[in-house]
Design a protein around this ligand. Structure first.
Ligand code: ADP
Ligand code: ADP
Length: 239
């Protein structure tokens, strides 16, 4: 059974722009899927339908066997906890410590007043340590987020999503603002979560050469449609 299944999914934004057009896509558990396409092709829209940052207009969208397109309230919160997301701009609180940023991955699990006061449990503080160790960033526990390089910040953002124990990680152009060396540390981290922790990872990328290096499968989007879909062993030099 696929962990994510799109059946005839369309997404039209309120202003009439077509985001996704008849997407049919079955993503097996544990796949490392890279989505490529020009700016505006729909990559970001595709990712954001999976955790319901965007609703879909029609079709069916299943996550782990459940049709999620009408989810509300508690079902939606539970869905979102299973799905970690990282962004091009890291979305860290710059003036806060790495530790606080990582713990913020647990904020939704506490009453608001406790998280405002920073009253996290011992088990969550231990979990933050394990998450940071997992991404090789433990030595920066007390550093301020804005003292770190871009690649380090992105790994802290990954550690923050690990606080939710996600089954799925969605990465929207995670290396778009990084240099080649730090790009590798971030992509290697995602690959290791995929291979060692069996997380399903979906990454939007501009670079086809990076896609070839890391993906199990590459799909191409153009104008909201899937125009290319190959397992890595079938990707040809000319593609
Ligand atoms: P990509 O991630 O491949 O750059 P997007 O998914 O961001 O593509 O965008 C797909 C299309 O949807 C583009 O035409 C874009 O302008 C449009 N779009 C994205 N977000 C919105 C929005 N919130 N409202 C209206 N149109 C949007
Ligand atoms: P759009 O992307 O054009 O805003 P959507 O279909 O994504 O259209 O969302 C319609 C409205 O519902 C938006 O105001 C959006 O913020 C909100 N919305 C979308 N998904 C959810 C959700 N899972 N939970 C709560 N509100 C949502």
């Amino acid at each position: 059974e696929p962990i994510i299944l799109f059946e005839h999914v369309n997404k039209t934004y309120k202003n009439g722009t077509i985001g996704l057009k008849d997407i049919n896509l079955s993503i097996p558990k544990g796949q490392f899927l890279v989505v490529v396409g020009l700016s505006g092709a729909g990559k970001s829209t595709l990712l954001r339908t999976i955790n319901r940052m965007h609703g879909i207009t029609d079709g069916k969208l299943y996550v782990d066997g459940d049709e999620i397109s009408q989810y509300k309230g508690k079902a939606l919160r539970t869905l979102r906890r299973q799905i970690g997301m990282i962004f091009q701009n890291f979305n860290l609180v710059n003036r806060s410590s790495v530790q606080k940023n990582v713990l913020s991955g647990r904020v939704g699990y506490y009453p608001a007043w406790k998280s405002i006061l920073g009253l996290f449990s011992k088990s969550d503080r231990d979990k933050a340590v394990r998450s940071l160790r997992r991404v090789n960033m433990l030595e920066k526990l007390y550093a301020r987020a804005d003292e770190l390089s871009g690649g380090q910040q992105q790994r802290v953002a990954i550690a923050r999503t690990l606080m939710q124990d996600p089954k799925i990680i969605l990465a929207d152009e995670p290396i778009a603002s990084l240099d080649p060396k730090t790009t590798k540390t971030v992509m290697d981290t995602l690959k290791s979560l995929n291979q060692e922790d069996e997380m399903t990872v979906i990454v939007n990328l501009h670079s086809v050469s990076l896609a070839r290096e890391y993906a199990d499968r590459i799909i191409g989007l153009r104008a909201g449609e899937v125009v290319y879909d190959q397992m890595i062993e079938n990707v040809k030099e000319a593609d």
